[in-house]
Design a protein around this ligand. Structure first.
Ligand code: NAP
Length: 421
């Protein structure tokens, strides 16, 4: 069949190493001569669909057949598995035309960075739904999003880490910003369940910086060489940066994501601001706004958590039934109510909306039920998308030392969100 493919004009045929080993020497020699006669290259491949182990032995088995291309494909269970694949490529790329890939979502790093490490090529699908292996992305994504053809040894690698992470808009936003500002860098989604695994990749790839999502935001704190004072107070870090000394430094840009959109619209000193929720996102809002001199009121489904957060941050707590009796300059929703897939659409009752401005951290959908209600009453609104872009813009600045192209970042995120809804 492979001979027929070659005769039909295929530039390259892929023979599994197991088949090569089973074939008789004479049969293999005939096959190779047939390929040579029509100018088709021979690739001999090894696939492990369960793990990343024994790559070196696999490459040796393949090299024994002296093919034109050596292809070793494993399955990534961790981010660190990418390191093993990239090392194999580096070790073999001088002697052979080598292709190395770790399949699965965790293996994306190897797919994108393989050619930069010396791989002859990488694999991508022609279109969505036409993938031939787990973790494969489209050729268009490889070229347009990750700029595969422009990555070189000087390219700084960044990531957004979490689980799940496939739907994160951070790679789209940051890669567009890198391109626009001519920064030789790329951001990849890093699916991981373990902080240790992420830190191994940060140190050994190495990564220039990482955007981290829950629960890594808290787990990472003991591993930081230093962090800014507000990050320490909040107890959550969403941005890692590797220093020139190789140490990892932590920042919290969620605070700027809350404060900047608000201060563009109002004077925060003395402003009365209600924060609905007392989880991770609420902490960034409450600590950040108290620091700006706002009078912050925390309201949460589990009242004790509101009391505890308010006490720590020098804010005040309110029970939900007191909402309607109070007037606020701004009300911020930090609960997931209104988010696509969450049953509860509104974090408050309609008669409890008693603020001049409404800020909803939820950004999927863009127009949440709470923002729709605020719009219908003629109130000022801030969408969660603006927070997402602002926190990302600060990350860009921390990583590159350049001002972020905020308007373009907003445009690309808004377009992606509108396409989704
Ligand atoms: P979290 O730590 O799990 O906290 C969720 C908070 O919401 C808790 O206080 C919880 O109350 C409350 N809550 C959950 N379900 C509720 C319901 N049905 N009714 C009333 N209260 C409810 O989550 P998080 O990390 O803070 O994130 C919260 C939201 O903010 C998410 O939708 C996230 O996407 C969004 N966010 C957006 C941005 C952005 O850039 N725009 C950034 C960060 C987060 P209990 O204490 O009673 O459980």
């Amino acid at each position: 069949m492979l001979t027929k493919a070659a005769e039909a004009g295929c530039a390259l045929v892929d023979l599994e190493v197991e088949s090569a080993e089973e074939a008789k020497a004479a049969q293999l020699a005939r096959f190779k001569a047939g390929l040579r006669a029509v100018g088709t290259a021979l690739l001999v491949s090894y696939h492990d669909f369960s793990r990343t182990k024994g790559l070196e032995q696999a490459a040796k088995r393949i090299e024994a057949f002296e093919p034109d291309f050596v292809k070793v494909v494993s399955t990534a269970r961790t981010l660190a598995d990418n390191l093993a694949v990239l090392k194999l490529i580096e070790d073999h790329s001088l002697a052979s035309h080598v292709v190395g890939i770790a399949m699965g979502e965790e293996g994306l790093v190897s797919r994108v960075l393989g050619p930069r490490a010396g791989a002859a090529f990488t694999f991508a699908s022609p279109d969505d739904g036409a993938e031939t292996a787990p973790g494969q992305v489209t050729a268009r994504t490889m070229v347009e999003l990750y700029r595969l053809d422009q990555l070189d040894q000087a390219t700084r690698i960044f990531g957004v880490a979490g689980n799940p992470i496939g739907h994160s808009l951070s790679p789209l936003m940051h890669n567009m910003a890198f391109k626009r500002e001519s920064v030789n860098a790329v951001m990849l989604p890093l699916k991981t369940k373990s902080l240790d695994d992420l830190l191994t990749l940060v140190r050994e790839l190495p990564l220039g910086g990482v955007a981290v999502t829950m629960p890594l935001k808290q787990e990472v704190l003991p591993h930081l060489a230093n962090m800014d004072p507000l990050t320490a107070k909040i107890g959550a870090c969403n941005t890692l940066r590797t220093g020139a000394d190789g140490k990892i430094y932590g920042f919290n840009t969620d605070v700027a994501g809350v404060v900047r959109p608000l201060e563009k619209r109002m004077r925060l000193k003395g402003a009365r601001i209600a924060v609905l929720g007392a989880g991770g996102a609420a902490r960034a809002a409450v600590f950040g706004l108290v620091e700006q001199g706002a009078e912050v009121f925390v309201i949460n489904r589990t009242h004790e958590k509101a009391v505890a957060l308010a006490r720590k941050a020098h804010a005040k707590s309110l029970k939900q039934d007191q909402l309607a009796k109070n007037k606020f300059d701004a009300l911020i929703n930090t609960t997931p109510c209104g988010m696509a897939g969450i049953k509860q659409a509104m974090p408050i009752k309609e008669n409890e909306l008693n603020a001049s401005l409404v800020f909803d951290m939820v950004y999927n959908p863009l127009d949440t039920p709470l923002l729709k209600l605020a719009h219908s009453r003629g109130l000022a609104v801030i969408s969660g998308m603006e927070m997402f872009v602002q926190q990302g813009a600060r990350q860009f600045e921390i990583w590159t030392g350049k001002p972020a192209p905020e308007a373009e970042m907003m445009r690309v995120v808004e377009l992606a969100l509108r396409r989704k809804s």
